[in-house]
Design a protein around this ligand. Sequence first.
Ligand code: ATP
Ligand code: MG
Length: 499
Amino acid sequence: MKIPKEVQSIVQKIRENGFEAYIVGGCVRDFLRGVEPNDWDITTKATPKEIQKIFPKSFYKNKFLTVTVQTKSKNPKLKEIEVTTYRLEAKYTDKRHPDEVRFAKTLKDDLKRRDFTVNAMAIDIFPENKQRKKNKKEKSNLKIIDLFSGKEDLEKKIIKTVGRPEQRFSEDALRMMRAVRFAVTLNEGWQIEKETAEAIKKNSFWIGAISKERIRDEFLKIIMSERAAKGIELLRQLSLLKYIIPEIEEGYQVSQNKHHIYDCYEHYLKSLEYAAKRNFNKYVRLAALFHDIGKPRVKQGEGPEATFYNHEIVGAKMTAQILNRLRFPKKDIEKITKLVRYHLFYYNPGEVGESSVRRLVKNVGLENIEELLQVRMADRIGSGVPKAEPYKLRHLKYLIEKINRTPISVKTLKVNGNDVMNILNIPPSPKIGQVLDILLGYVLADPQKNKKELLKKEIIKLGKLSDDELKELAQKSREERKKIEQKRDDMTKKKYWVT
Ligand code: ATP
Ligand code: MG
């Protein structure tokens, strides 16, 4: 992998203006492990004002001493590069808001305030003289600055705080959740180092001091990772989950009944795991995690005969509460809540009729049906049932498409009964319908014919036919239409592999 030329040229330009500048943070970590970074960050000794002077088109978000420099790159990840002035760890009296952000004088100080060793490395480009640069071998122009053994931890796949974990978490409690996030997003096999993990367990309570928005963003990153379920379990093991979504923990070791091999909590995680494995979207992942969350509260009886009546209704309410609390957008809350509310829908080809399916579609919304079926698959697989009912679900999709496709009807014609009556100067009679049926036949054979002027000419021609001729043509046209309808249905069936 290469360092993008846009990034190199910004570093170079800052240096030409007499300031130190380095590539820093998560992108160095990703560069070293051969993964394309989400964003490239640059840190410099220049102050925001000085950076802006070098890049007149940049803009400055006051809060974090960060200047956003625009590039001409077409890659969205390179369009805007953040250049941040060296800064010191700020004092967090309340464990959430820095009291003030202060400049640092050295790169070392800036690296020291970063959260984890693997996130605290920098890249020095062009450390050698300009002559060497001519030999274009990029590697020779790079030096990794690694003051806290980040490289070693990267090789060992370890998340470890820079400095004493307890102190670092007391400065900013969100770092505890970030540790979990990195442990599941970086790659298979990453672990939180023992002392760091112990410190999280001990200080987990402080996550409550963090703004819900920041928690939501980290939570979503965990949910969107391939190892989302592992992330939730890690949050639980580190005592963070009970301060974030205690409702999930309510299901811990709550057994189900004879239809289930997993307890509630295990089932939530297995469902989420499947949703993540299939790379389903955030709505499906969250609905998979929450679909049975009402169960512990409505459980009646114990053992194989236990029941969970109305758990989908209670669960939908709890889901809305959780997502509201975490400040999810209203639109997302509505959607995920619906997926939870209707996840129990029953369908069996031949047994469940069109009217029930229409009702389901009306309740869930046509736009959410695909996701509802995905939640159902996650639910089934997450129960340890080997099959996700593929045939039934495909048949349901077929029926929904059938119900919702626009019918073949004379209403699609660009002329109507009134036009026929006016043009032929005749009163209402079965003749009008016959003419329209014939015209529809023309249009089905050639959609280009559905133009008002063309159809008007055809009406005049048809007006010259005898009653019997017209009747016969209309009959033929209707039969033809039936065949087309049948063919359309056959094609829909084929599309969903159902009979
Ligand atoms: P991603 O790949 O998700 O962007 P990242 O490592 O770049 O991961 P960011 O949240 O974008 O993470 O932060 C960029 C860098 O800023 C981090 O690598 C870390 O060095 C530093 N950082 C971010 N948040 C904190 C924090 N709360 N405390 C200390 N350092 C932080
Ligand atoms: Mg980043």
